[in-house]
Design a protein around this ligand. Structure first.
Ligand code: SF4
Ligand code: SF4
Length: 191
C-alpha cells in the first residue's frame, strides 16, 4: 500500500552495536540539542506579566461604543447578528421612551445584547456589518474561565464605560481605506 506521507520510517530489528547499546552517544546527542535550544531566543513569554505588542487591527474582545454624549450607539438593527458566521450574537430590541434620549442615540436600542465568546471566531464581520459604528473588536483578550456561562458577555461587559477617561479607543482601527469606504454612499452599508 502506498504511504500517505514520506514521514514513515521502517523500524529495523537489527542487533544494536556496542555504542547504541550503552546509549551514551544518544544521550549526548539529545543533550546537545537541548543545549542548542537553551541559548536560542525563547518562543514563549511569561503572560500575563509580559504582553506581546498586537497589531493595531488585532481582533480581540468586542466593545459596544457610546457616542460623544455618552449615548449607546447600537440601534438593535440585528445586522451584526445576521453577519455573524458563528451565530454568536443575540439581542432583544426595545423602543426608547421619552426621557431616555440621553441614554440611547436612536429610537430603538438593544435592551439585551449578548455575544457568546465560546462561539465567536473573532472574524470581525460584526464590526464590518454595523452601520452605526456601534460594535468594534479591540486588542483586549477574552479572559479565561472555568465554566461556560461566564463566556456569554452581556451589555454589562460589552458597553464601554460612561467615564470619558475609561472609553475604549478604537481610532487605530479606522484605517484610511476604511474611512474612505464609509464615506461612499453608493454602498448600502453607508446609507
Ligand atoms: S467577530 Fe465574527 S464570530 Fe465573533 S461575534 Fe463578530 S461576527 Fe460573530
Ligand atoms: S451593533 Fe451595530 S449592527 Fe449590531 S445591532 Fe447594534 S447597530 Fe446593528
Amino acid at each position: 500500500m502506498q504511504a500517505l506521507t514520506n514521514r514513515s520510517k521502517v523500524v529495523s530489528d537489527k542487533k544494536m552495536t556496542f555504542l547504541e547499546w550503552i546509549y551514551i552517544p544518544a544521550i549526548l546527542k539529545g543533550m546537545s540539542i537541548t543545549l542548542r535550544h537553551f541559548f536560542k531566543k525563547k518562543a514563549t513569554i511569561s503572560y500575563p506579566e509580559q504582553k506581546r505588542e498586537f497589531s493595531k487591527v488585532y481582533r480581540g474582545q468586542h466593545v459596544l461604543k457610546r457616542d460623544d454624549e455618552g449615548r449607546e450607539r447600537c440601534t438593535a438593527c440585528g445586522l451584526c447578528a445576521v453577519a455573524c458566521p458563528a451565530e454568536a450574537i443575540t439581542m432583544v430590541a426595545a423602543e426608547r421612551k421619552p426621557g431616555e434620549e440621553h441614554l440611547y442615540r436612536e429610537e430603538k436600542y438593544a435592551s439585551i445584547y449578548e455575544i457568546n465568546m465560546l462561539r465567536c471566531i473573532f472574524c470581525g464581520d460584526c464590526e464590518e456589518a454595523c452601520p452605526k459604528e456601534a460594535i468594534f473588536l479591540t486588542d483586549r483578550i477574552v479572559a479565561s474561565e472555568y465554566k461556560r456561562a461566564p463566556f456569554v458577555y452581556g451589555k454589562d461587559i460589552l458597553v464601554e464605560p460612561l467615564d470619558l477617561n475609561l472609553r475604549i479607543d478604537v481610532s487605530a482601527r479606522q484605517t484610511e481605506s476604511l474611512l474612505k469606504f464609509k464615506q461612499n454612499k453608493r454602498f448600502a452599508h453607508n446609507k
